[in-house]
Design a protein around this ligand. Structure first.
Ligand code: PLP
Length: 437
């Protein structure tokens, strides 16, 4: 008999610490013991598990990396051509220059580009460049930016207990304790917190780092105010566009808000799932990369730039963001309607292409677990988040919302009768980390 996903995951936990490479891909984050965990093949928003059971992905869609849908024919044709032409060499691939020109054309405030292959790594490059440019050590930040030391340093507490409290759920063991006091967090839309950091440490801050948008929209003047405070401190203002980028327009979400940073960082959606990341910036700031050492063999391969060029060109030609916004809005409206019909109190947030909902006043993960369990039985990968792709059709959304209309009433009545835990087939999902958003 073939091995099921949950069986393989048990094996994985014995040979891979944590079982997976990404927190969000741990089955415990979704439906412990029952999440399919592994896929055999995928196309568009369809995914087949190890038992060849098909699901429609109405959840994270490669955790935001699949923006056009998996196996997009245009991107994959370009990738196949790059493989046929040789994907690595002692010489450089010309596409990295072409991509730099395209990124700067989309973001006229930027003149130079460096590359990496994933978001957290590209953020670490941006921070290094900002530190090199300002000759300062400290940073102020808001939101999640990856696993690197510069960021987790925020969780090095006052005591020796390496028990994170600022970024709940992220532990900083292994991050040198000497980095304590180098990363100061502030909350989104709370300019006064950044102002306080500026008053206390302004002359030492190398960079102010934040996503232009994540959950709630920026309050009027927030992004402009953050930029102004950063510049008043003499710091580099950096937008992390790893998740928001290419979802509200063809380029950084900041373009829709009219606030230009000094640097911006892209990954995930820019290359439809092929590993690729870019740090773009003003040339005076970016040139500081020459005063330090930032270099890697794998940043010079060809598939990433080729996939990014094909993804961005298709995005631009077909106005992909308009589809993402339309599909995401349908889902948000549908959640609200289905919840109202069922008498379920939910809260919906996020930009439409990266939508979230949760049951109000629910401080457990039981409701999310129940929703995932019931939706899986109906053929959907689903949870509290929906990331739209170009491959989602109205039919997918209609079928999904019909299933929500079946599940929400059961959830509401189980909550009312206090029987929810007895309806779960397995343990409740684990809570993730909390963003400062
Ligand atoms: C805003 C933001 N920055 C950085 C990262 C890290 O990117 P990666 O997982 O590609 O390292 C993420 C990942 O979710 C993100 O959402």
């Amino acid at each position: 008999m073939s091995q099921t996903g949950p069986d393989l995951y048990q094996k994985a936990r014995r040979c891979i610490p944590g079982g997976t490479q990404l927190l969000t891909k741990r089955p415990e984050m979704h439906l412990p013991d029952y999440w399919p965990s592994y896929y055999s093949r995928a196309k568009g928003v369809e995914v087949w598990d190890l038992d060849d059971k098909k699901y429609i992905d109405m959840s994270y869609n490669a955790v935001g990396a699949s923006i056009l849908g998996v196996k997009d024919p245009d991107v994959d044709a370009a990738v196949h051509a790059a493989i046929d032409a040789g994907s690595v060499s002692t010489l450089n691939c010309p596409e990295e220059v072409e991509l730099a020109e395209l990124l700067c054309e989309l973001h006229p405030w930027a003149q130079m580009v460096r590359y990496a292959r994933c978001g957290g790594e590209a953020m670490a490059i941006a921070v290094r460049i900002a530190r090199a440019y300002t000759r300062r050590d400290r940073v102020a930040f808001c939101g999640y930016h990856g696993w690197h030391d510069w960021y987790l340093a925020a969780n090095l507490g006052e005591t020796d207990a390496l028990d994170g409290h600022l970024l709940a759920g992220l532990k900083p063991a292994g991050v040198p304790r000497s980095l304590r006091g180098t990363a100061f967090p502030f909350h989104y839309n709370h300019l006064e917190e950044l102002r306080t950091i500026g008053q206390q440490h302004g002359a030492e801050i190398a960079a102010v780092i934040m996503e232009p948008i994540r959950g709630t929209p920026p309050q009027p003047g927030f992004l402009e105010g953050a930029k102004e405070l950063a510049h008043r401190m003499g710091a580099v203002f950096i937008f992390d566009e790893v998740s928001a980028g290419f979802r509200l327009c063809c380029g950084g979400a900041h373009l829709t808000f009219g606030v230009e940073p000094d640097m911006a960082v892209f990954a995930k959606a820019m290359s439809n799932g092929y590993p690729m990341a870019a740090v773009i910036g003003r040339s005076d700031v970016m040139n500081a990369a020459q005063s330090t050492f930032i270099s890697s063999t794998s940043w010079s391969e060809r598939i990433g730039p080729v996939a990014a060029l094909a993804t961005i060109r298709k995005h631009r030609k077909l106005h992909v963001h308009e589809h993402l916004i339309r599909i995401g809005t349908m889902v948000q409206e549908g959640w609200k309607r289905a919840a109202a019909e069922a008498g379920l109190q939910i809260e919906v947030d996020g930009i439409p292409p990266m939508s979230h909902f949760h049951v109000k006043e629910d401080n457990t993960t039981m409701t999310k677990t129940f929703f995932t369990q019931e939706m899986l039985e109906r053929g959907f990968l689903a949870g509290g988040a929906f990331y739209a792709t170009f491959a989602h059709s109205e039919q997918h959304v209609k079928a999904y919302l019909q299933a929500c209309r079946e599940v929400f009433p059961s959830l509401a009545s189980a909550l009312q009768s206090g029987t929810l835990s007895s309806l779960l087939k397995g343990p409740s999902a684990h809570a993730g980390f909390q963003r400062l958003t």
